[in-house]
Design a protein around this ligand. Sequence first.
Ligand code: SF4
Length: 294
Amino acid sequence: MEITVARYAGFCPGVKRAIKIAEGVLDDASGKVYTLGPIIHNPQVVRELQERGLEILPDDLDELQDYYLGGCNVVIRSHGIPPKLTEFLLDRGVKVVDATCPTVKKAQRAAMRLVGEGYKLFIIGNADHPEVKAILGHINGEAVVIREPHELKEWWEERARRVRKVGVIAQTTVDLFMFRSLVDGLINEVPELIREVLEIKIINTLCRNTLARQTEALQLALSSDYVMVLGGRNSSNTEFLRKICETTGTPTTKIETAGELDVSLLEGVENLAILGGASTPKFIVEEVRRKILA
Ligand code: SF4
């Protein structure tokens, strides 16, 4: 069997940076070191950092009220956090170390600019994802988060007042298909919008590393007869990779660790592609590759 490991399998620059920052704080800081929620969506890496002393707090303001945080360090993960949460931490005497990915910060700034300039903002993405929650926190929740074109239509029909300016950004890790179908949906699902809206401004906030990873995933899925996607169960970018590969019709399986690998699925496979999400460490990719070859 020929195995091709994707060039983009493994940590993205934002995850690498966040982990390096967290490791630096663990090495140098006095006092406890926390993150709000797991630093990345990969339990194996999180466990390693926990063994070095990193502790996880809830990422919800209400839940944090019960914790004594004086003198501790909080590393902000790559998804970012809402400003209210930062203020809360600083008020409690926490040393805040910001590891928000610069690409995510750009999306936050784009949202603030559009809302500040009076655009009705749509965010393409998942409202429950921490990155989207953080973006919403920067604009006092003044945006509509959409995942499906029909949600645009529903919002449009229920809206309270006229809309003259529409702004669009996306969660940095959504896939290109979703981005395109939602942007198309603005016109195709809501043709009335063209009669009413004078200006539509789309800011491309998609992460270039994610786009390259997705493009490579599509190419590999088309040229392989089986795809193995590796990544954390709650990693949305890994899930997007799985969906992209499935659209090609090539059998695709997503697993988190080598322990979950069912080698019998690969019987008769001649060309296997192994992909990894932005928070999948290289060692897991290597373990899976070795187990297949064993
Ligand atoms: S996937 Fe892109 S936006 Fe997200 S942390 Fe990585 S580099 Fe940053």
